[in-house]
Design a binder for this molecule. Structure first.
Ligand SMILES: Cc1cc2nc3c(=O)[nH]c(=O)nc-3n(C[C@H](O)[C@H](O)[C@H](O)COP(=O)(O)OP(=O)(O)OC[C@H]3O[C@@H](n4cnc5c(N)ncnc54)[C@H](O)[C@@H]3O)c2cc1C
Length: 415
């Protein structure tokens, strides 16, 4: 078993950003606004088009590099804080533009929330962070990955649902969510997805249905758990106005080497690993970084790409304080939680070739599984949880998690 722990990771503090009820995507633009022409922000939380994704993070890195280039003099020294995909893309663009770039990364590896594990004991490459691609926007990413020789596999969207009864999951849950969002769109104020499901009557309508022996309420719960794996957010927090309609429909998985996207961008760029930035002082004449090692680094400008969860925690102190619009954005945009569990077996204990499995109407900790055997031929199952379920499993010991995972897989042994 390999597992992630993004919820408690000091250099992530969550999975990715989402818009909570009552907030708007405008905060992302505020966060992306340069401060005094010295500080620039990038990272998935600053993307308005594709927040919470690899592609959105990558695009934010090139946007920040253009912002720097519009004010910097040739040859200036620029620090990029964070070597995730946003930082790597910013660094690549700034280096190509002729600046003297240094990347400062807290971890002992690059990639950030792309965490590719290489081990000879695993028949497929394990991705503990980002690992799915959505058809439309990620066509760009897919062509980059293909040219880097990264293995990706189509993921059939068909979902097999199981409890005591089993069958192909009916779209009752997705219809209820769409109905709730349509109701919310016509209201004078935003409401959470949970409230919209209740007040619109969509949850009640689903409750009264029963398909293939699967209760409609269970199918709706399962849909909400699936949404939590994509957004990291609980339905009680998610904005019906801004967060429900554009949830990514993933149809490809990366099985190894996703981090090549980052290592390739950083080729030839000076990168300082295991160096956390603790403080950023900025003014009209430049930027000084206080490093966790106790040293200071003076640069002309800095691109800050650390995750929103890290900014929320105040792990980096800014002097002077960031402008109010930035501080409001950091406070208002939400940070979700998603965790993955990868299990490797000697041989399959299941016979179904459905690639996506869901547990309906149970109290299991992990209700969404991807069967990699169906798409790679290797007996590997990936459990994915979001929102409260992710916060719950991160507190389990390895033994407890394995027991919980095997319990939730029991119904599939009969298939
Ligand atoms: C479990 C999970 C599944 C996901 N699945 C998908 C998916 O399938 N598809 C998709 O498109 N997206 C997915 N995402 C989201 C995607 O991973 C992120 O949007 C993207 O990788 C973020 O890149 P970034 O550069 O903005 O941030 P990061 O990759 O987090 O990079 C920020 C860097 O800053 C560093 N840092 C933090 N603090 C400091 C400090 N004090 N000093 C110096 N450095 C610091 C971090 O170590 C990190 O390397 C997933 C995320 C998670 C957690």
């Amino acid at each position: 078993m390999l597992r992630s722990a993004w919820t408690t990771d000091p250099f992530a503090r969550g999975s990715h950003s989402f818009i909570p009820t009552g907030s708007t995507p405008a905060g992302r633009e505020d966060l992306a606004t340069p401060v005094l022409g010295r500080l620039f922000f990038a990272g998935e939380a600053t993307s308005t088009d594709l927040p919470g994704t690899v592609l959105g993070a990558q695009a934010s890195g090139s946007r920040a590099a253009s912002q720097v280039a519009s004010v910097a003099q040739p040859g200036e020294r620029i620090a990029v804080i964070g070597a995730g995909v946003a930082g790597a893309e910013a660094a690549r663009n700034l280096t190509l533009a002729g600046y003297n770039v240094v990347v400062i990364e807290a971890r002992n590896r690059v990639g950030g929330r792309i965490d590719s594990r290489k081990s000879s004991s695993w028949p497929v490459g394990v991705e503990l962070g980002a690992w799915r691609l959505a058809r439309q926007p990620d066509a760009v990413l897919l062509s980059q990955l293909t040219s880097l020789g990264v293995q990706t596999n189509p993921l059939s969207p068909s979902l097999l649902a199981s409890t005591s009864a089993s069958g192909t999951a009916d779209p009752i849950g997705s219809k209820a969510v769409a109905d709730a969002a349509a109701w919310a769109a016509a209201q004078p104020t935003d409401s959470s997805l949970e409230r919209a499901l209740d007040k619109s009557g969509a949850a009640r309508a689903a409750d009264g249905t029963d398909v293939n022996g699967l209760a409609g309420s269970g199918l709706l719960d399962h849909q909400l758990q699936w949404i939590a794996t994509a957004t990291g957010a609980d339905p009680s927090a998610l904005s019906s106005w801004y967060a429900v309609n554009d949830i990514a429909a993933y149809d490809r998985v990366v099985t190894g080497g996703f981090d090549r996207l980052v290592t390739d961008a950083l080729t030839g760029v000076t990168t300082s690993l295991s160096t956390a930035v603790a403080g950023v002082s900025y003014g009209d004449s430049g930027v000084s970084l206080k490093l966790g090692t106790g040293e200071s680094l003076a640069v002309d400008r800095a691109v800050v790409t650390v995750p929103l969860g890290v900014l929320k925690r105040g792990s980096i102190t800014f002097g002077p304080l960031l402008p109010l619009a930035h501080r409001s954005a950091i406070a208002e945009i939400g940070v979700g939680t998603v965790e993955t569990v990868w299990l490797r077996f000697n041989k399959p204990f299941w016979s179904t070739d459905a690639a996506a499995w869901g547990l309906v109407g149970t109290d299991n900790d992990i209700t969404n599984w991807v069967n990699l055997e169906a798409i790679t031929g290797e007996p590997v199952l990936v459990g994915i949880v979001g929102g409260r379920a992710a916060r719950d499993i991160v507190g389990l010991s390895d033994d407890e998690l394995l027991t919980a995972a095997m319990r939730s897989l029991e119904p599939f042994a009969e298939l």
